[in-house]
Design a binder for this molecule. Structure first.
Ligand SMILES: *[C@@H]1O[C@H](CO)[C@@H](O)[C@H](O)[C@H]1NC(C)=O
Ligand SMILES: *[C@@H]1O[C@H](CO)[C@@H](O)[C@H](O)[C@H]1NC(C)=O
Ligand SMILES: *[C@@H]1O[C@H](CO)[C@@H](O)[C@H](O)[C@H]1NC(C)=O
Length: 421
């Protein structure tokens, strides 16, 4: 069922799986989540999604680098170091599933699993020229990861596949969804000419996000034009003004969950990290933690100063936006949006641009299926892409789009050609 290439390599499915904060459990493999204190800890069982893949014939062969506790969009931790982008080693691979993105982009593997609460699948997929899908919320099981996902966070967190070939998305999703596959319509024939296409060029003016790079915008324009010229679709530009408050909405939704604090997760639930002390230690290179992780726990403290009224305001705004999307997209619409405002930035740059992940994170709180598709390389030779979103349970529309985008724009591009040319 999987792409011919996999069968050429082996009669079995070769699978690289991410230990994600996901620190996805794979029996017998490392389950560190990039925490120094968890060095050597191994999983004692399979995550539910891993068990399903194993049952379908997959052989997990490796776990790879992540950000500390998988809560950052660069893959660097004090246990395994930093993963570099195969298209340009001075740039980041993204995160948290950055090791997976890198392995796929560098042709080291064909399919993998990540988990996504703000872009952890889609950002590395974008930076490494592969497909990455965050499916409709609540379809894939989140069971079997470290730290465990609290029930209240599951509507926003989802496991999902990353892969080099669009044709692998459907069989992967079919296996990963288990019994829930009946909620999707993966075998429904999609006539692209009958779809409605909506898009936005940017988030409409959040002052904290980077302006969308002309080449990222250009990639989206090319895709829109392709569907207009070849399928007679008239793409409609929409203006959902609340998109610019996505960061506040995401934060407020997270504050409403009962998930343990990040500061407590950093010390494996044994009390809470003393953030200020740790920052001081970090300055003297005495901390086991990375700067983004310490920064996030600090941010979490500051975030809790937000008044309950303000939190409620943004939660309601998000619920309204969700309805707006549901009405707009129905069962025959897709929405195109940049996966990220710019191609992979250089190492450490994300610290100054951390809000940029809202381009993906907004679809976690909206609970919609969102798929990053590669669309060629930039002039600098780094991957470009587009994010395809559909209404809940319409994941199949995003897959149909991905297949056509791959056909038209070449999909995954071997990074070694970049060097040779
Ligand atoms: C993980 O990080 C180490 C240390 O920087 C690096 O040698 C290795 O190639 C990385 N592996 C992946 C798959 O990213
Ligand atoms: C099906 O969905 C439910 C609700 O989201 C979830 O609890 C369960 O783990 C899923 N089952 C599988 C096999 O993924
Ligand atoms: C797809 O839809 C278009 C427009 O409605 C129609 O002309 C065409 O025949 C359909 N193609 C198939 C294969 O059904």
């Amino acid at each position: 069922v999987f792409s011919p290439l996999i069968y050429e390599c082996s009669r079995y499915l070769i699978l690289f799986v991410n230990p994600h904060f996901v620190s996805l459990c794979i029996l017998g493999l490392v389950l560190s989540a990039g925490l120094v204190s968890r060095k050597g800890v191994k999983a004692e069982e399979d995550a539910e999604v891993v068990a399903l893949l194993r049952k379908a014939g997959a052989i997990p062969i490796a776990v790879s680098n992540v950000s500390e506790l998988c809560m950052w969009w660069e893959s660097n931790n004090n246990l395994y170091g930093r993963t570099r982008n195969p298209y340009d080693t001075s740039r980041t691979v993204g995160g948290s599933s950055g090791g997976e993105g890198c392995l796929l982009g560098a042709a080291g593997s064909v399919i993998s699993i990540g988990s996504d609460i703000g872009g952890s699948i889609r950002i590395p997929a974008f930076f490494n020229c592969v497909f990455g899908l965050k499916p409709t919320s609540g379809i894939l099981s989140n069971a079997g990861k470290y730290p465990p996902a609290h029930e209240s966070i599951c509507p926003y967190l989802s496991m999902g596949p990353l892969c080099r070939y669009a044709s692998d998305l459907k069989p992967l999703l079919k296996v990963l969804a288990g019994n829930n596959v009946s909620k999707l319509h993966l075998d429904k024939k999609v006539n692209l000419s009958q779809l409605k296409v909506y898009y936005m060029d940017n988030d409409g003016g959040n002052p904290h996000t980077t302006k969308v790079h002309p080449e990222v915008l250009g990639a989206q324009k090319k895709v829109l034009l392709h569907f207009e010229n070849n399928f007679g679709i008239k793409p409609l530009k929409v203006s959902l003004i609340n998109m610019k408050s996505a960061f506040k909405m995401w934060n407020s939704k997270m504050m409403m969950t009962k998930h343990p604090s990040f500061a407590s997760e950093m010390v494996e639930g044994n009390g809470e990290l003393n953030t200020y002390m740790e920052l001081l230690k970090w300055c003297f290179k005495l901390s086991d933690h990375t700067f983004p992780a310490i920064g996030l726990s600090l941010f979490e403290k500051l975030r809790s100063c937000q008044s309950p009224e303000e939190t409620q305001y943004f939660v309601e705004m998000c619920d309204r936006l969700q309805l707006e999307f549901q009405e707009l997209l129905g069962d025959d619409g897709v929405f195109l949006y940049p996966p990220h405002p710019e191609p992979a930035p250089c190492h450490n740059e994300p610290v100054f641009k951390f809000s940029n992940c809202v381009y993906t994170a907004v679809f976690n709180i909206l609970q919609l299926p969102a798929l990053q598709c590669p669309v060629g390389l930039s002039q600098a030779g780094v991957p470009l892409g587009v994010q395809v979103v559909a209404a809940k349970y319409n994941d199949h529309l995003t897959l149909a789009f991905a297949t056509e985008i791959e056909k038209a724009f070449g999909g995954w591009i071997n990074p070694s050609n970049v060097v040779v040319n």
